[in-house]
Design a protein around this ligand. Structure first.
Ligand SMILES: CC(C)(COP(=O)(O)OP(=O)(O)OC[C@H]1O[C@@H](n2cnc3c(N)ncnc32)[C@H](O)[C@@H]1OP(=O)(O)O)[C@@H](O)C(=O)NCCC(=O)NCCS
Length: 191
């Protein structure tokens, strides 16, 4: 099961079914969904978040295949503003989205740094892999800034269509080197 994590400005709280109401209010926007996996239904149904959390996310978390958190500002922890997740699925290990009013403040960068630490140091994986549509500038920028590299271009389907896609990778060693340059103490590796 996931544990609560913190960054300078954020609390990352393990996902609960009760988070579905707020997700349902924030998530169904074209700017948020257009470069996500085409399994996201569009138009987004009125029970989309509840059904997804109940039937997909929470069972996967229970099976130990996913770890999911909602993002909350420390200043207003009662409201979640987005979500981030880690997955054991082949070359699709991380996903994130942020509600429109909170974008472009560097918040997802903070969450990604915390999650990379968790993936490598706590869960002990050797490599993190994520596909990104070439047009998803913000997501690609987060990959660049955290030391990921593109290993292969290919075409993939997204909610908004089929696009050239970059497969981004990061090894534990690469993260270790990059993390040193980011000037923050790392979580200690258990044991
Ligand atoms: C991807 C996403 C989570 C980024 O969140 P965010 O908190 O706004 O990102 P940050 O503020 O940490 O910004 C990261 C970088 O992307 C840039 N960026 C953010 N939004 C951008 C935009 N709309 N256009 C261009 N660049 C953008 C920022 O300027 C920053 O780069 P910089 O440090 O060089 O200035 C957000 O845009 C989102 O929810 N997108 C929809 C969901 C999605 O596509 N998820 C990823 C699927 S792979």
């Amino acid at each position: 099961m996931s544990v609560e994590l913190q960054t300078d400005r954020l609390i990352l709280r393990p996902l609960k079914l009760a988070d579905a109401g707020q997700t349902q209010r924030l998530f169904p926007h074209w700017e948020i969904v257009r470069y996500l996996n085409p399994r996201v239904p569009w138009p987004y149904p009125a029970d989309g978040a509840f059904t997804y959390y109940k039937e997909v996310s929470l069972p996967a978390i229970e099976r130990g295949e996913e770890w999911q958190w909602t993002l909350r500002l420390k200043q207003a922890p009662e409201q979640h503003i987005g979500a981030i997740s880690l997955h054991t699925a082949h070359c699709d290990n991380r996903g994130f989205w942020l509600g429109l009013p909170w974008q472009r403040r560097g918040l997802m960068m903070e969450a990604v740094i915390a999650l990379n630490d968790y993936w490598f140091d706590v869960l002990g994986f050797d490599e993190l892999c994520a596909p990104k549509a070439i047009g998803n500038i913000a997501s690609r920028r987060i990959s660049e800034k955290t030391g990921m590299r593109v290993i292969a271009p290919e075409e993939r389907d997204f909610v908004s269509g089929r696009f050239l896609t970059e497969i981004w990778k990061l090894t534990a060693e690469e993260w270790q080197s990059k993390r040193v340059t980011m000037g923050k103490p790392r979580r200690r590796v258990p044991g």
